[in-house]
Design a protein around this ligand. Structure first.
Ligand code: SAM
Length: 489
């Protein structure tokens, strides 16, 4: 285990203090009530401060670590007991506040039923104060996206590459026999080791650049929320800058995946990619997997223009008051013809196929969370499409599948202009279909093999059965891939 912020005994004492006070997700929610809890989520602490005026241990911990308040030393010392206040102070858990009293020195966040995550105090709690270069990021939107997207099937070995506060590793430990967590940052590893111990988990922890610390080893599942931010390749903050120019860090992870994965293993990472003027962004990203032999599914969830992107990331590190920095960053985008930046998720599988599937697509619609089960099912369906006799199989439509129609009223009544199949749950794909495909989908009741369905349709529409079967193959493969129709076992 890496060094921690506290000694092993200190961590045990801190855990005792937090548990005894009820400083858990459920305990805080109960103490604050729904109104104050909702307000806290909007960084409005007024209601939370009103219900914690007693300054009992739970109230004090909420005031310090949730509401970012300065509190009297005696109250904080009592809330952290049996951890010695001097030990907490030396470890940097709390620090002297300007003007007296103490305030949080780190972010200490109860997470799940029995976990606590340590990270640096977020930029929002210290407005105007630039983050330290090795700032350890807490659980944010991107972390939660990856937590939800990870395939949670039982595995032997799992790796969290760029563990930071350790949030991904915590989840991996719930379904992996062993967890390895790496980071370039010594500070991040210290925080992650403390998160692990405080949460009653044990991980192997290794320091180094990207895959270097685990070179030559293979895993069943690899997850990474890497420092994917696109720019000139300079590093000001380890949590977001990889030191590689453009989107090279994500291309590097993609290239390393085949050597990192056991047969059947899965690697998932969040990524940013360039939309270069005159170039198809999908071709660019698909090029990352050339020659890897991996099945790949890349989903683009958001696209930002450079101005918005730079503004967002500078604000994230409280650097937004630096116009020269923004200008230099934007100049780099201009010089490299970067018109926009895509954000999404890459899932790779070492499937051992001669003809791996590589799909790069937009998936911008709201989806049903968590995505992990949907992603696992997508790869299962790829296996079916690759291996099965599609014409011999029977299919049924996705539960709740809807048909939306647009029609124009003319002299002969309504003329249907457009028919769209809509999945109301799951990935919520919508798919425009022609009448023949609609007839095929409508007849998919799980009773009849596709071949027989096609024979009936060929007669009804007066087309050659062979031709219809040839045309139907790729269409059904696509509908299965999207889960609009499902094969019946
Ligand atoms: C965006 S944070 C993700 C933290 C955490 N895994 C999560 O999901 O919230 C990226 C992490 O990658 C680490 N990192 C940065 N450059 C790295 C590199 N070259 N090799 C390994 N880790 C790196 C950072 O220190 C940071 O902890």
């Amino acid at each position: 285990m890496s060094d921690m912020l506290l000694s092993t005994d200190g961590v045990a004492r801190l855990r005792d203090a937090l548990a005894a006070a009820g400083f858990t997700s459920a305990g805080i929610a109960e103490r604050l009530g729904p109104v104050a809890t909702a307000a806290v989520a909007r960084n409005d602490f007024r209601a939370a401060l009103r219900v914690t005026e007693d300054r009992d241990p739970l109230a004090t911990l909420i005031r310090v670590f949730v509401c970012a308040q300065t509190e009297p030393v005696e109250a904080v010392a009592a809330a952290l007991a049996p951890l010695d206040f001097a030990d907490a102070f030396d470890a940097g858990l709390v620090e002297a506040a300007p003007g007296g009293g103490v305030r949080q020195g780190v972010d200490l966040e109860p997470y799940g039923d029995s976990w606590w995550v340590l990270s640096d105090v977020p930029s929002s709690a210290r407005p105007g104060q630039p983050l330290r270069p090795d700032h350890v990021l807490g659980i944010g939107g991107a972390s939660s996206t990856l937590v939800g997207a990870a395939v949670r099937r039982p595995v032997g070995t799992a790796l969290d590459l760029g563990t930071g506060c350790g949030v991904q590793a915590l989840h991996l430990a719930t379904h992996a026999g062993s967890v390895t967590a790496t980071d370039l940052s010594e500070r991040a590893l210290r925080f992650a080791a403390t998160t692990a111990a405080l949460s009653g988990q044990q991980w192997e922890m290794l320091r180094g650049d990207l895959v270097a610390p685990v070179r030559g080893r293979r895993f069943d599942l690899v997850v990474s929320n890497p420092p994917f931010v696109i720019g000139p390749g300079t590093t000001t903050h380890t949590y977001r800058d990889s030191g590689r120019a453009g989107d090279a860090v994500c291309a590097e992870l993609a290239a390393a995946a085949a050597e990192l994965l056991n047969e059947g293993g899965v690697m998932q990472f969040l990524a940013n990619w360039e939309h270069v003027a005159g170039e198809d962004w999908g071709d660019r990203v698909a090029g990352w997997f050339d020659g890897t032999g991996l099945d790949a599914w890349v989903i683009q969830r958001e696209v930002a223009d450079p101005m918005t992107y730079v503004g967002l990331w500078l604000a994230d590190a409280n650097e937004d008051g630096d116009p020269a920095r923004a200008a230099a960053w934007l100049d780099w985008f201009d010089a490299n013809d970067v018109a926009a930046i895509g954000f999404g998720l890459v899932t790779l599988r070492r499937g051992g196929n001669d003809d791996p599937v590589v799909r790069v697509e937009d998936l911008r619609q709201q989806t049903q969370q968590p995505l992990g089960d949907q992603i696992a099912a997508w790869f299962d369906r790829q296996d079916f499409v690759r291996d099965a006799d599609l014409l011999a199989a029977r299919y049924r439509t996705a539960p709740g599948l809807q048909l939306q129609q647009e029609a124009t009223l003319g002299d002969d009544g309504w003329a249907v202009d457009r028919q769209v199949l809509v999945m109301p749950s799951g990935l919520r794909w919508s798919e425009e279909v022609d009448p023949l495909v609609l007839a095929l989908v409508s007849g998919a009741d799980g009773q009849v093999p596709l071949r027989d369905q096609i024979a009936l349709l060929a007669v009804a529409h007066e087309v050659a059965e062979e031709d219809l079967a040839d045309a139907a193959g790729p269409i059904v493969a696509h509908l299965v891939e999207r889960g609009i129709v499902e094969p019946v076992a």
